[in-house]
Design a protein around this ligand. Structure first.
Ligand code: AR6
Length: 176
């Protein structure tokens, strides 16, 4: 049902001009970190992006905020904070679900119809990729079920190893 909206690609999220917004796997202080966050800050221009992030002041885990895209080929960056994984019994799954859901909610509010996500929390924050990929795709399905016609494209831009795991889930979860 959503195969024409939810898509996966192996690549670099800073090089996706066809979407209006990309999502950053941020930290609660909205500072330039490593991983995809570092790549986004570098590509956007870290001086201006850091300045706007500082003005916003921070973002709680499971929430999302929006900034301009600066030198990126995208108008906006949505910054969301996924959970740091510890035992799996500290609400990690709920907070990861919330990070994706709140990002989509904010994008819809801004009139954004094409958005690209990285795999939130499954890098430095060590969320298990198997469960993390399932949460990512299921949250997009849930959002589209609840908000029909809200997006034209919800794209996951993934490194090669992550892409393989997502692809397997995708075939199971996303119907024609
Ligand atoms: N394009 C797409 N995906 C990428 C890129 C890229 N250019 N670079 C890395 N990834 P991570 P987290 C993948 O660690 O686990 C930062 O310091 C990466 O291979 O970036 O949510 C923040 O400031 C992995 O699959 O995010 C936070 O402090 C995925 O992006 C913390 O790390 C997410 O990995 C957030 O950790």
């Amino acid at each position: 049902m959503y195969k024409d909206i939810i898509k996966l690609v192996n690549g670099d999220i800073t090089k996706i001009p066809e979407v209006e917004a990309i999502v950053n796997a941020a930290n609660t202080s909205l500072e330039m970190g490593g991983g995809v966050c570092g790549a986004i800050f570098r590509a956007a221009g870290s001086y201006h992006l850091a300045k706007e992030c500082k003005e916003i002041g921070g973002c709680n885990t499971g929430e999302a905020v929006i900034t301009k895209g600066y030198n990126l080929p995208n108008k906006y960056i949505i910054h969301t904070v996924g959970p740091k994984y510890s035992t799996g019994e500290n609400g990690e799954a709920e907070r990861l679900t919330s990070a994706y859901y709140e990002s989509l909610k904010l994008a819809k509010k801004k009139g954004i119809r094409k958005i690209a996500f990285p795999s939130i929390s499954t890098g430095i924050y060590r969320f298990p990729i198997d469960e993390g990929s399932e949460i990512a795709l299921n949250t997009a399905i849930k959002f589209l079920d609840e908000n029909p016609n809200s997006f034209d494209l919800i794209l996951w831009v993934l490194d090669e190893k992550t892409y393989i795991v997502y692809k397997e889930k995708y075939e199971k979860l996303i119907k024609e």
